[in-house]
Design a protein around this ligand. Structure first.
Ligand code: C2O
Ligand code: CU
Ligand code: CU
Length: 495
């Protein structure tokens, strides 16, 4: 069978899987006409490993997601999202230019750099200005990302497109037996859920529900592309997944229930791959998976509904659409014109597990993530004001340093939530998860992490090796971006 035929079959086959998400408008017409879906594209690769420098330009543009009307969007070096930055350990002269008419930042989520180079809200880049941090990278290879972190504007700016993927590489993936051909058998997948209006334009919701729960959409964009099919060789394929959604928590599985082999978490490779039936991916988190397509059968990456929308959570009461039914994230078709080079799952990617020595713990902290339900806070949110989300009872304040941490010392943090699950992210390190909900961490949380989903509680061990002065502190926050902007964030110095 020819490639086009294969793609069409996969597209038709996946139509039946779309059910649960309430797909409307453009997509329904496309499906009714039986058109095959476009092939998934990768973000352009910005290869900087040997260059010692790279440049990002935040710019405005127009993106036609649906084929009907275009949407005003923003991106780095392009109209929506940014290039995949491929970096290696070493030194980089970076330039970030802001051509937008509002302040932005460029935060290196997952890279371990000092506070003043971190790109948090204190490193604001004014409209028309340039920021030129000199980054020194020295950490295990990983899939990280970069995105704007502008004070109280992160949710809307990331939604509009200001984010991209980072591949930190050591050039050894072939020796690890891993697929490494960008966009061929090593796929970068940015998962974002979005809403579109009748004109096919992407819209951002700001209702009280959108603020309380965080924005969730009813359609998927992968790498900024609407309704696409990934064409893969008939062999082992590596998927680097970034949950770049504002709020949606995915529970991923393959439609035909084939295994996904987890090889890396936020901060790098696992020592051994772990065969998984499903993988949970909260906003801000990354995983790398190997999936075996050598049978030649097409399938689809699926997700269960957002756990924050389920019956056990507050929003389930209000929000019926996302309950109960799985939905398609991305269909896969086999392209038999691509020669597979990797034919077996690497069982030893060769990373190291985090192992801090507990007897060295100097400090224990408790952080409680709270959704404010008092009348004052509800009122603020209903009037569209920030606030209402807190850590230890306090909303984020840019001029208040919440913790002072000693560099190189191990601390144990207990993080809890009473309402909704919150992906808790910490700048400036990769940490170790000790326990979740009173149990050993699930597989996704056994490796190095910078973001961990707090469903009830989690205990983590942290150690900061870089410094962050009082005037350029690190952030720790919920990565549901509406929660972050509404105050579920704190800041701390490391000296
Ligand atoms: Cu990905 Cu503080 O953010
Ligand atoms: Cu970060
Ligand atoms: Cu949250």
């Amino acid at each position: 069978m020819k490639r086009r035929q294969f793609l069409r079959d996969a597209a038709m086959g996946s139509t039946a899987l779309l059910g649960g998400m309430g797909w409307t408008g453009a997509s329904a017409q496309t499906r009714a006409s039986g058109d095959s879906k476009p092939r998934l594209r990768m973000p352009p690769l910005l290869e900087a490993t040997d260059k010692g420098r790279f440049e990002l330009v935040a710019q405005a543009g127009l993106t036609n997601f649906t084929g009907i009307d275009p949407t005003p969007t923003i991106g780095y070096n392009q109209p929506y999202l940014g290039p995949t930055l491929r970096l290696a350990n070493g030194d980089y002269d970076v330039t970030v230019e802001n051509q937008l008419n509002e302040p932005i930042t460029a935060h290196w989520h997952g890279l371990v750099v000092p506070g003043d180079l971190d790109g948090g809200p204190h490193q604001s880049i004014a409209s028309g200005a340039k920021w030129t941090p000199a980054l020194h990278l020295s950490q295990p290879p990983c899939t990280a990302w970069y995105h704007t972190h502008a004070h109280q504007r992160t949710a809307i700016q990331v939604h509009s497109g200001l984010a991209g993927v980072i591949q930190l590489t050591d050039g050894q993936d072939r020796d690890r037996g891993l697929p490494e051909r960008y966009g061929i058998d090593d796929l970068t997948l940015v998962l974002q859920d979005r809403r579109f209006d009748r004109r096919g334009r992407m819209v951002y919701g700001q209702s009280m529900m959108d603020r309380m729960h965080g924005f969730v959409g009813d359609s998927m964009l992968i790498n900024g592309q609407y309704e696409s099919v990934a064409a893969v060789p008939q062999g082992i394929v590596r998927l680097r997944l970034l949950n770049g959604s504002n709020a949606r928590i995915y529970t991923l599985f393959m439609h035909d229930r084939r295994e996904m082999h987890l090889i890396a978490t936020d901060g790098g490779f696992l020592p051994e791959s772990i065969a998984m039936d499903q993988v949970r991916l909260a906003p801000g988190e990354r995983v790398e998976l190997l999936v075996d397509f050598s049978s030649g059968l097409p399938t689809a990456l699926m997700s269960e509904p957002d756990i924050n929308s389920g019956p056990g959570n507050m929003m389930g009461v209000f929000r019926g659409n996302a309950r109960g039914r799985p939905f398609t994230v991305l269909p896969f078709a086999i392209d038999d014109t691509i020669e597979p080079t990797v034919r077996r799952v690497a069982d030893k990617p060769g990373g190291e597990l985090p192992k801090f020595i507990e007897s060295d713990i100097v400090t224990a902290r408790r952080l409680s993530l709270d959704v404010g339900m008092g009348p004052g806070m509800m009122g603020r949110m209903m009037r569209g004001r920030s606030g209402g989300m807190t850590i230890n009872g306090q909303p984020y304040q840019m001029d208040r340093v919440d913790m002072r941490i000693q560099r190189g010392k191990i601390e144990r943090w207990l993080i809890t939530t009473t309402m909704l699950a919150h992906p808790f992210h910490i700048h400036g390190l990769q940490f170790q998860v000790l326990s979740e909900n009173g149990h050993a961490p699930r597989a996704e949380n056994t490796g190095w992490k910078d973001t961990v989903l707090i469903e009830r509680d989690a205990e983590i061990l942290v150690r900061f090796d870089q410094t962050a002065p009082e005037d350029s502190p690190y952030m720790a926050h919920c990565h549901i971006l509406e929660h972050e902007d509404a105050g579920m964030m704190l800041q701390f110095s490391v000296t």
